[in-house]
Design a protein around this ligand. Structure first.
Ligand SMILES: [Cu+2]
Length: 118
């Protein structure tokens, strides 16, 4: 009995430490959980004028028109230049740096979406 109780103290200490590490890892991954945001390209326009996302989030640009679109961002902190996207296709863009970005389509120069990345 004495031997068992001597053995069980370090076991429970290790179990508690392992549990604490597990909880911290879980809360850490929740804090950095990445989200997806859907934007529609329709009628030669984005369905929103502004969007706010968290760093690491992905914006999916859905081509809901009957002709091609494209996505480009040309900022110092973040650049993106997609291929042309056919109707029904999606361009995913992961925003990896905080800032305010002008998202445009080079085919339709009037298309503009302002994305704030926190
Ligand atoms: Cu376009």
């Amino acid at each position: 009995m004495i031997r068992l109780s001597r053995l069980s103290v370090p076991f429970w200490r290790e179990a508690l430490i392992a549990f604490a590490v597990f909880v911290l890892t879980l809360s850490g991954s929740l804090a950095f959980a990445k989200s997806f945001h859907d934007i529609s390209q329709k009628g030669r326009a984005f369905n929103l004028k502004e969007l706010s996302v968290d760093r690491g989030d992905t914006v999916r640009f859905n081509n809901d028109d009957e002709f091609i679109h494209q996505i480009f961002i040309d900022a110092r902190a973040f650049k993106f230049d997609s291929a042309e996207s056919d109707p029904g296709h999606v361009i995913p863009v992961e925003f990896t740096a905080p800032g305010l970005y002008e998202v445009r389509c080079h085919i339709h120069p009037k298309m503009l979406l302002l994305v704030t990345v926190k």
